[in-house]
Structure formats: C-alpha cells, structure tokens
Design a protein around this ligand. Structure first.
Ligand code: SF4
Length: 236
C-alpha cells in the first residue's frame, strides 16, 4: 500500500475507534436509499426522514406509483426535505430513467445482500451505473456515488464537503482539487472494498459534523495527532 494509503487507513482507524462502525442506511430498501440520496442534498437527514415517512404513508414507495404521480403531488409529499419543487423534478427524472425500461426491478442490496434476482437497474457494474445516473438531469456526482455505493453495493467513494475539508486541512489534497481528483486519490490509494468505502465516508461525515466544521475544533478530534492546518481549503 502507498504511504498515502497507509495514512488514510490510519485516519480511518482513528475515526472508527472513536465513533464506532456507522452501518449507514440500515434496514432500508434500495428505492428508499435512492430517494434519500436525491432528497438529502442541502438539507438535514431528519427532514429527509419526514419526507420518506410521508411517501410511505401515501403508499408512494414504488417506482410505479412515483411514475404515475403528478409532480405537484410528489412535491407536496416531500415538502419537509426543502427545495421540494426542484427535488420532485429530480425524483421524477430518476424514475423516468428507470421505470419504463426496468419496471419495479430496481435491484440493489440491503445489508450487503441482493434484494432480487440480480438483474435489475442497480445490479450492473458500478461504472455503467454511475454514468447512467450522471446522465439524469439533477443527479450530481455525490448523489450518483451515494446510490452506487449504498443502494447498489458497488465500489465507489462518495466525496462530500466534509471529506474535502478534512483531507484539505491535513494537506492530502490541494485547494484546486475537484470532486473527481479527490475521489481518485481515495480510490487509487485504498483497497477496493465496498464495506471500507461505506464506513470510511460515514466516518468523514462524523468527524466533519463533530469537529472539522467551518471553524475547526481540533481539540479532542480523533485526527488531532496528525499534522493539519485549520484554514478552510475545500472548494467543492
Ligand atoms: S478538526 Fe482539526 S484535527 Fe480534526 S479533522 Fe479537522 S483539522 Fe483535523
């Protein structure tokens, strides 16, 4: 393993020993994970949970129901997630890209196990799936990678502002690095391991929410012992 890879694994072990294994998106269906990944942009997860609960109460948690549902009705159900008109359009775009060809056969995984016969939309190789997701209007890189990793169980690193801030302050990336460069640094220096990528991203979120905020709180942070600066360097 490269020295950067060893440093990253030391980061991971330090964060994991502090926060424990995060087991993200447990017990949810791949469709709920896809919807959650689309709704969670620019809002807190608690708001997404309210929107998901509304969809469940309206028995709208199926590709068929979402495909049939008029956008204004969908927007009203997901209102708690914020930017509800835009997010309703994004959800409709996602469903329009999946349902006409795949029907309800979304595929994907729950707790590491495939939910259907393994020939659904999410069951293709990660690169093909990512490319198709990125071609959908309103699905950005972080959302696409969240779906590929957490709903499909394919190896891709989810990069977000927390990841970028921590790596930037620890001088592993430069301020001009973009999403794809940060993703490449992580993927080319870590072993291809879905479980590792899953939990590593979750650990970055934990350290970012708890310590590595816009104004850093390094005292007591599990990464405090590693060389770092405190200036904000993330441009994602
Ligand atoms: S809060 Fe400080 S020690 Fe913790 S990750 Fe950020 S820069 Fe590093």
């Amino acid at each position: 393993m490269s020295s950067t890879g060893e440093t990253l694994m030391e980061f991971y072990r330090a964060m994991r020993s502090r926060f424990g294994h995060q087991a993200w998106w447990p017990g949810q269906t791949p469709l709920e994970i896809c919807i959650g990944a689309i709704l969670t942009q620019n809002t807190a997860w608690t708001n997404v949970e309210k929107a998901l609960a509304n969809l469940q109460a309206a028995e709208a948690m199926s590709l068929h129901r979402l495909h049939e549902m008029p956008a204004p009705q969908l927007a009203s159900l997901i209102r708690p997630a914020g930017y509800f008109n835009i997010k309703a359009k994004r959800l409709k775009n996602f469903v329009a890209a999946v349902y006409p060809r795949w029907g309800e056969n979304l595929g994907g995984i729950v707790k590491g196990r495939q939910v259907a016969q393994g020939d659904g939309f999410l069951d293709r190789d990660g690169a093909t799936l990512r490319e198709e997701l990125l071609a959908i209007n309103g699905i950005g890189r972080e959302t696409a990678d969240s779906i590929v990793l957490y709903a499909a169980g394919r190896c891709t690193f989810v990069v977000d502002a927390y990841t970028c801030r921590v790596l930037g302050r620890h001088r592993l990336i430069a301020p001009e690095d973009d999403y794809e460069s940060v993703k490449d640094l992580l993927e080319s220096n870590l072993p291809d391991d879905v479980e590792l990528f899953n939990d590593f991203h979750a650990q970055f979120v934990m350290v970012g929410k708890t310590f590595c905020r816009p104004r850093s709180r390094c005292e007591g942070c599990p990464l405090e012992g590693f060389g770092h600066d405190v200036e904000e360097t993330c441009n994602l």
